[in-house]
Design a protein around this ligand. Sequence first.
Ligand SMILES: Cc1ncc(COP(=O)(O)O)c(C=O)c1O
Length: 445
Amino acid sequence: MVYLALMWSTRDRQHIWHPFTQMKEWLKTDPIIIQKGRGNWLIDVNGKRYLDGVSSLWTNVHGHHHPKLNKAIRKQLHNIAHSTFLGLSNTIAIEFAHELMKWVPQKLSRLFYSDNGSTAVEIGTKIAFQYWQQQGNPTLRSKTKFIAFSNAYHGDTLGSVSLGGMDLFHRIYDPLLFKPIRLPFPYPLQEKRSIEESELAALSQLETTLKLQGHEIAGLVIEPLMQGAAGMVHSSHSFLQQVRTLAHQYNVLLIVDEVATGFGRTGAMFACQKAGIEPDILCLAKGISGGYLPLAATLTTETIFEAFLGEHSDDKTFFHGHTYTANPLACAAGLASLQIFKQEQTLDKLQPKIKQLQAGLIAIAQLKGVAEVRQEGFMVGIELRGGDPALRMGARVCEAAIAKGVFLRPLGDVIVLMPPLSLSKKELELLLETTKACIISSYGH
Ligand SMILES: Cc1ncc(COP(=O)(O)O)c(C=O)c1O
């Protein structure tokens, strides 16, 4: 066992280039190498278990090695693993799309498949752009720009990076990017204002921009209720509602990126529904397959879809597609995941756990090392009193938690808690207690 673990570790360091990782540091470490998953736990090559406190990067919904998900994938494998979606369709992709329509906001009726969150947003952006270019009224064709928010994160392909507003990740690529109109997303703690003041200021700037430039703006892209990668930056339901109203008023398409918030994370199936709004374009990925396989979907209204209909010679086709679009195994996982939501009443069972999480966070919010705790459903950001980024307090707390068998990954000085929805009450207690203990030990009080 020890020999095998050493082999994995050596070969990893020999060949692999890890995402979002300073490899010089990585090469000095003895990486944790996962071999199995059982329920809400990850198990490494040494047999050590880690509670999956971030749902394997916000993807896992019902736990690992779920019998129903496993069975659905095996059954699909018996039929076919993959066939192209260009010029062909496949039964399971149709079935999944049909089922998903029962869960999403009513206005959305068309689904375009891809494989990850970045492409889901990239596709939404291209559809919005092309939609206006294909309008009969020529003045509408000047709608070519996009509004995106400060600290937004929409993925790593160049279109999604253009919309993203995270300087650390994106500044190097600046010469390669298109430039959206960047507006402030409310961040009361950083702005040292109340949430009301912060949201009011952001909305006022949005309204002014739309008044002046609405005629040249194609779409507005937003992460609803929680800006994820920014550090779980929270905004109110009313903020999202007012963004919806303003976009509608100025004839701008609202593109909602629910890659992180979708599939129950906020306590509702989608954050849009929690806030009572309907987007024009909805981007989904991560939890869409229960966290099993790469899959994404960009959903639009029928009106948007119809703008792409025409003769071949009209050149209205949406010329976009990926090799593994609508992969049958991933769609089988997606369909099984929706069935589990229904059969196991996942969202109903989640509500008392959200309350338990909220109650546990009260004690964490009072710790000296904690500046602010932000929660929306099962998504939590614990912002530490960082001060000097070189101290890497977020990383230190997470390293301490990992040593205790709870896998956490920070966003700068923000500790993220985003466990699978299937987490038990006991596991939730462990997650909260470990997080608290590690913040206390890292700050020395
Ligand atoms: C809101 C949001 N959009 C898009 C993405 C990109 O998704 P992916 O990593 O699957 O490309 C992420 C990833 O964290 C995200 O949080």
